[in-house]
Design a protein around this ligand. Structure first.
Ligand SMILES: [Zn+2]
Length: 270
């Protein structure tokens, strides 16, 4: 599942090829995504110019003018790829937007948990529950204290709650907690100030480094130009159970929290 760095990488790879271009044709092969595509989806996009692309957590928001946005979420397996407009459609290519620049933006999603909607930001109820974007804010220990206060759940689960912080999933929650030296199971509300200071510093470091490396390419993730990311080679703990910690040599452990695998170093994380 793409997380914030992967979605940000897709956004950046789309910008030079789509902003300023007009959508001349909207072709839909499959309407049954996480929510069915609205009956007026094609009509509301046709002829619109893409004026910019924003991101909130794992959502992309294409500014298509008249206060409307095209909202895209990648779900478990979605991707947006730029292709020559006449390239043949592949299996699971559900929506193709042809641009007047001669290229097409194609939404592909084998598992169909992704989402595409057009509307005003305030109409898009998906965005109502989305918490602040961890890259848009410089976090301090005090702000993290506000988020964690009286929360009696493991800090890793809190970091992955999209209503609290938008865009962090299993990979980056694991990596941030390693960088901050905090075990994933620690109770969020009981973290000390020194823990929160380290976590506030670790969050942007991990996310920015991941964006710089184009995200983590696991389960076939690619950016809009079909390029893989390289952050998976820097993973300190994620999916490294049984391997030595790169800092101290201790064996990385795997535990299960709320049904998800979690990884940590028993020496570097307390
Ligand atoms: Zn270690």
């Amino acid at each position: 599942m793409p997380e914030l760095p992967e979605v940000e990488t897709i956004r950046r790879s789309l910008l030079p090829h789509t902003v300023g271009a007009r959508i001349v044709r909207v072709e839909v092969r499959e309407r049954r995504l996480r929510r069915p595509l609205a009956p007026d989806f094609e009509a509301r996009l046709r002829g619109r110019r893409i004026d910019g692309i924003d991101r909130r957590g794992k959502y992309l928001l294409f500014d298509v003018g008249d206060a409307d946005v095209l909202l895209v979420h990648f779900g478990m397996s979605g991707s947006l790829e730029l292709k020559p407009e006449r390239a043949p459609l592949a299996s699971h290519d559900h929506v193709r937007l042809r641009l007047d620049s001669g290229i097409a933006m194609v939404f592909n999603d084998p598992r169909r948990f992704g989402l595409m909607r057009v509307g005003r930001v305030e109409e898009l109820d998906e965005l109502g529950n989305v918490g602040p974007d961890p890259l848009a804010v410089r976090w301090s220990a005090e702000e993290l204290r506000e988020l964690t206060r009286r929360r009696r759940l493991p800090i890793k689960n809190l970091l992955m709650d999209q209503r609290v912080l938008a865009g962090i999933g299993n990979i980056y929650a694991s990596e941030m907690l390693y960088r901050a030296g905090i075990r994933p199971r620690r109770c969020a509300g009981r973290l000390r100030r020194s823990d929160l200071v380290r976590l506030a510093a670790a969050m942007p470091l991990v996310l920015e480094e991941a964006v710089r490396l184009g995200g983590s390419s696991i389960s076939d993730y690619r950016d809009a130009n079909g390029r893989s990311g390289f952050f998976q080679m820097r993973h300190a703990v994620y999916d490294r159970a049984g391997e030595p910690c790169r800092r101290c040599g201790a064996v990385i452990r795997r535990i299960v929290l709320s049904g998800r695998s979690s990884f940590y170093c028993p020496t570097c994380q307390r």
